[in-house]
Ligand binder design. Structure first.
Ligand SMILES: [Zn+2]
Length: 105
């Protein structure tokens, strides 16, 4: 863990690629350690996967975060799909109930 030179919050170390770093940081700030939100604020845009060299060990946490968020997205999709299916079944049951009395009459 290290603390951000700007907002002082603790964060897991990471490295962005050179061009992104040079764009975010002024010449006399290159020794500083900004966190992700502070770099994004400097860049004026969110960081993307391409902004990190994922082959270097220090970025293992970024890689892990991407994997975790993919898993989370997958789980979210499965929850949504299950809810949709349950809702469809509920509506089908309701429709059957509505039709049933008419058949008797
Ligand atoms: Zn910060």
């Amino acid at each position: 863990m290290m603390d951000c030179s700007f907002c002082k919050t603790y964060f897991e170390p990471f490295m962005v690629v050179g061009p992104v770093w040079r764009k975010a940081m002024r010449l006399n700030e290159r020794h500083l350690t900004p966190c992700v939100p502070c770099i994004q604020h400097r860049l004026g845009r969110p960081l993307r996967i391409e902004d990190f060299d994922l082959s270097i060990p220090i970025n293992q946490n970024i890689l892990l975060g991407i994997r975790l968020s993919r898993d989370e997205q997958q789980r979210e999709y499965e929850r949504w799909y299950r809810d949709q299916r349950n809702e469809d079944r509920r509506q089908q049951r309701a429709a059957r109930k509505k039709r049933a009395p008419k058949k008797k009459a």
